[in-house]
Design a protein around this ligand. Structure first.
Ligand code: ZN
Length: 288
């Protein structure tokens, strides 16, 4: 589990175990320990293994990734143009816990195997726990469109909220600040600000019905239907296909419908689509 560290320190620890230079260099999986990164060895060589007993768990993890991601039986040449990864989605969660300290602790205990990039408190405090460029473990088994590894392409934001209470203005305002920063920094498309329940409808229900999706959409984070201009969908409109086109995994159709309604209909989360629900769905579908 990676400890809460500043962006600079984290990047440095990711990029260089040997020396933490102030100038960040994009080299997370660049071979840092030569004995792990040798190109094909044609003659026997005496290799001195590094003393790993002095390394922190995260440093050992980086070395493990370097070893497991490098196929030394193929010729090794080093390209110089790359980066770690760039987020293209933001996934919003509620913690379902009672305090921000409880959540921070959860993300620091080795056995939990969960984390998120940001945690935002009820009072609006923003805590960054992972660098934006690293892969957090917040999505779990999930699917959106054809993407099944949501952790690899997204940033996870946890809102301190037990799931049964409204989200205070201070918290939402801070969330907007974070979203604004992420959207402009990484050019994240408007449609790609979604919730955990969207990508894992059969397992998750966060964020809850209290989450103000319309308010976010008004600021360019996610989409909303055209209120006041709803029309009945045309004959032949296929609601299941529409849900799929938006991104929902409809393999559990009732769960997908509930996730859709929790977000867009709110007052009714039964697992059937009424005429009204279909008009909302049609309005959203047309935006894709
Ligand atoms: Zn979640």
């Amino acid at each position: 589990m990676i400890r809460p560290v500043s962006v600079g320190i984290l990047l440095c620890s990711l990029l260089s175990l040997a020396s933490c230079k102030s100038k960040v260099q994009p080299a997370i999986l660049k071979p840092l320990v030569t004995s792990f990164a040798s190109p094909v060895v044609l003659e026997p060589q005496i290799v001195t293994k590094p003393d790993t007993s002095l390394l922190t768990p995260e440093e050992r993890k980086i070395i493990f990734l370097q070893k497991s991601g490098s196929h030394s039986y193929w010729r090794q040449e080093e390209a110089i143009h790359y980066d770690v990864r760039k987020p293209n989605f933001v996934i919003i969660h509620h913690t379902a816990q009672d305090s921000i300290s409880q959540t921070i602790k959860t993300f620091q205990i080795p056995r939990t195997k969960v984390s998120s990039h940001y945690v935002i408190g009820r009072n609006g405090e923003i805590i960054q726990m992972l660098n934006d460029y690293v892969r957090s473990w917040h999505a779990g088994v999930a699917k959106w469109g054809s993407i099944v590894d949501m952790n690899s392409c997204s940033i996870g934001i946890e809102l301190d909220n037990n799931g049964r209470e409204p989200f205070p203005d201070a918290q939402i305002n801070s969330l907007m600040t974070v979203l604004d920063t992420l959207k402009s920094r990484y050019l994240i498309p408007t449609n790609n600000f979604i919730g955990h329940a969207d990508i894992a409808p059969a397992r998750k229900n966060d964020p809850s019905v209290f989450f103000p999706w319309k308010k976010l959409a008004d600021r360019g984070f996610g989409i909303w239907y055209d209120e006041g201009q709803l029309v009945a969908p045309p004959d032949g409109f296929n609601a299941i296909d529409a849900l799929k086109i938006i991104g929902y995994d409809t393999s559990n159709l009732k769960a997908a419908i509930v996730a859709f309604k929790r977000k867009f209909v709110v007052r009714d989360t039964t697992p059937e689509l009424t005429i009204y629900d279909k008009s909302v769905l049609y309005s959203i579908y047309k935006k894709y």
